[in-house]
Design a protein around this ligand. Structure first.
Ligand SMILES: NC(=O)c1ccc[n+]([C@@H]2O[C@H](COP(=O)([O-])OP(=O)(O)OC[C@H]3O[C@@H](n4cnc5c(N)ncnc54)[C@H](O)[C@@H]3O)[C@@H](O)[C@H]2O)c1
Length: 325
């Protein structure tokens, strides 16, 4: 198939591009390089089934030319990260809505299948666990910027479902804390890269609040397998939770990373208001119900947290040694 990956030079996108090429597809990567890195695509730059286009999903003219050529678009381009959400709400809202509208409009005109990358953040602070795809969204007031990313992604999902009703083949993947090599987003909120970098430098590992927050971390390979599986027409018109069911507290995660990295870092607690300013709200626990993905996509996460963290630590260690971080 001919496939466009927006945000293909980013963390998840670059791994997805590699996998799609491995499967024999032809791939166009569209990225504005705002957080993506060209060297993340080093393994596939020589592949003659792959082209990289430096540009934005907000450039409708550029996008139209690409959408006329492809059968499927994986739309990952986005502005994300808790820190961005709190500090740059306009950037987050515009960065997540304008491009998605273009993608869906042009996909509809050209009968292109869309796979949209959403997030477990859409469930907000719902406490009924695990989250199934039809669970309620429970969010704080719109005056609190922290919720703008979840709201923008949820609006994107509404658009996807509306186009699905008009006949567009579209699937939504809701990622639960993907992590792994190339997750260089620590400056805007990725907890695993932040902890690994601190551990490798023997600097304090900063755990926000008391560290009792529970999350399910999903190794990139498992995230990508779930994403690729949604090409199937079985997945049309549906959202899928894509994530591991294995949960861990943030404090235990910090301890595990310190141990695996053989680090002497102290673990220190930082109140939310010091990390994100006054009034910050977090969700205490996030666990996915992945039965729909299991049933329709044969999705089964297979990389253990220990294995995934060890591979990630090895990658970050090398990046630090090469002065790339
Ligand atoms: N990493 C996670 O745990 C996670 C969790 C939930 C959802 N997601 C979603 O997965 C997708 C990929 O996230 P990621 O973690 O790889 O982040 P990332 O920042 O590494 O990747 C995003 C990519 O999009 C590019 N980009 C941003 N705006 C663009 C634009 N206007 N035009 C073209 N390219 C643009 C960036 O340069 C970057 O390469 C995003 O849609 C994100 O919301 C990620």
């Amino acid at each position: 198939m001919k496939i466009l990956v927006t945000g293909g030079a980013g963390f998840i996108g670059s791994h997805l591009v590699e996998r799609l090429l491995e499967l024999g597809h032809s791939v166009w990567t569209l990225d504005n390089m705002s957080t993506g890195r060209l060297d993340f695509l080093n393994k596939v730059t020589e592949n003659n089934r792959h082209s990289v286009i430096h540009g934005s999903v907000t450039d409708k003219y550029l996008l139209r030319g690409l959408m006329e050529r492809v059968d499927v678009v994986f739309h990952l381009a986005a502005v994300l990260g808790v820190k961005n959400t709190v500090e740059n709400p306009l950037k987050v809202i515009e960065g997540n809505i304008d491009g998605t509208r273009n993608i869906l409009e042009l996909a509809y005109q050209n009968r292109v299948k869309v796979v949209f990358s959403s997030t477990s953040e859409v469930y907000g602070r719902n406490t009924k666990l695990p989250f199934s795809e039809d669970s309620d969204r429970v969010l704080g007031a719109p005056s609190i910027h922290r919720w703008c990313y979840a709201t923008a992604k949820a609006l994107d999902e509404h658009l996807c479902f509306a186009y699905a009703e008009k006949g567009l083949p579209v699937s939504i993947v809701r990622y639960f804390n993907a992590y792994g090599p190339r997750q260089t987003s620590s400056q805007y909120g990725g907890v695993i890269p932040r902890f690994i970098k601190a551990a490798l430098r023997n600097e304090p590992i900063e755990v926000h609040h008391d560290g009792s927050q529970i999350r399910c971390f999903t190794y990139i390979q498992d995230t990508v397998e779930g994403t690729v599986a949604t090409i199937s027409s079985q997945a049309n018109g549906l959202a899928f939770n894509i994530g591991s069911e294995h949960s861990i507290t943030i404090l235990n995660l910090a301890q595990k990373i310190r141990e695996l990295a053989d680090s002497s870092s102290p673990i220190v607690h930082v109140p939310y208001e010091r990390a994100y300013g006054p009034g910050y709200e977090d969700m205490p626990i996030r666990i996915p119900d992945i039965s729909r993905a299991r049933r329709l996509l044969q999705y089964e996460p297979s990389i253990t947290l220990e294995e995934g963290l060890s591979r990630s630590i090895a990658w970050f260690r090398q990046q630090l040694q090469e002065g790339r971080l």
